[in-house]
Design a protein around this ligand. Sequence first.
Ligand SMILES: Cc1cc2nc3c(=O)[nH]c(=O)nc-3n(C[C@H](O)[C@H](O)[C@H](O)COP(=O)(O)O)c2cc1C
Ligand code: SF4
Ligand code: SF4
Length: 440
Amino acid sequence: MANLASSFVGIKSPNPFWLASAPPTDKAYNVVRAFKDGWGGVVWKTLGTDPPVVNVSGPRYGAIHSNDRRLIGLNNIELITDRPLEVNLREIKEVKRDWPDRALVVSLMVPCEEHYWKDILAKVEETEADGVELNFGCPHGMSERGMGAAVGQVPEYVEMVTRWCKQHTRMPVIVKLTPNISDIRTSARAAHRGGADAVSLINTINSIIGVDIDNFAPIPTVDGKGSHGGYCGPAVKPIALNMTAEIARDPQTRGLPISGIGGITTWRDAVEFMTLGAGNVQVCTAAMTYGFRIVQEMISGLSSYMDKHGFTSIDDIVGRAVGNVTDWQYLNLNYVAKAKIDQDACIKCGRCHIACEDTSHQAITSMVDGARHFEVIDAECVGCNLCVNVCPVENCITMEPMVSGVDPRTGFPITGEYANWTTHKNNPMAKAFVPAEPAE
Ligand SMILES: Cc1cc2nc3c(=O)[nH]c(=O)nc-3n(C[C@H](O)[C@H](O)[C@H](O)COP(=O)(O)O)c2cc1C
Ligand code: SF4
Ligand code: SF4
């Protein structure tokens, strides 16, 4: 069986699945339950200065559901821990003592002055925790107080606070980034310059999840008013994946360890993050939705996947897809694929036809010889993949690459040669084509 052991910036855990800093890691009771169920590590719910913050006592969550009531996106207006610092530190010390083989990282958020960071780092060191994560991400509540995303959105602050922390602790420093920024690379580079051992991402996305249209107030509504909050869960995964890949392939941060976070619900999600450069993953919403035991499916799924591919260590997965992430201009413009409908699987719902007819390229029939019949017209199909995505029957429509012959839509022969936009004749900025020198 594959070995799932993980060593992330030197922090060892029996598997790469950590719980992210959030309610699941708010106290010893939860963390011990999580460890019993198999989680490899946790990032303790963010600590701050005393006196602790105060949370609302009304609703703090809102959600987006699919039609079958699955939770797709979660929004929250919760702050950092509202328990006294000393209580958290005592519990952290006890849990680490009792669970030495699990990773225990402590998330921190204090005002942007050096003495606050120096002071809390010394206290955390006494607990024997494995590392700290700097919370530069929360987009609500704390950011209005000059912390969280308010720091994460200013690269100079990210660098400065990271540097302070590296100066004042021997523990590994992970910098948790906010996605509420136009280019994630600027924050990652700043953390790197400040000496961060790793970055973790993403924290939540600033959002209003909905409006109560009878009471005219944002959701969740607290005594008639609502506030913007942090969005997470499966819906944010694509944003997090892209940001992970951006950092992994940026020459300035290449090699900087990444802890992947955002919508991870299954082992497949975790593998996706790891292939794009994450050395481990953190989970919040999925645990809050389904409970701690989901980690068991993650462990067995990852293990089977690794066995199937002959991977012996998770390092065999990390970054494996990064080289295949490229800029649009380098995609092969000579690659041609056509949709193909499996007539035996087709239930004749007509969704592919209407999607292609109204919004794509009029390339799917609806009637043939007076009967409902859905078939792709190769001479019109641009290979866009829309029909595949709207078809309710999985694998009923597939995209088939053309490997020879002539594309009936363009009349161009399929040569198998690679050609991209940088040299295309329609590109006003095209570089002159320089043929490769013949081999001697
Ligand atoms: C209710 C709630 C509270 C959270 N509190 C914190 C926090 O205190 N510190 C922090 O760094 N992130 C916090 N997060 C963000 C999560 O750690 C995580 O970055 C985010 O939810 C994305 O992961 P997910 O899609 O698996 O939930 C919180 C998230 C939720 C839902
Ligand atoms: S791939 Fe696009 S163009 Fe081709 S049939 Fe499907 S929707 Fe139409
Ligand atoms: S959407 Fe799928 S199932 Fe429906 S008609 Fe098209 S191919 Fe058939």
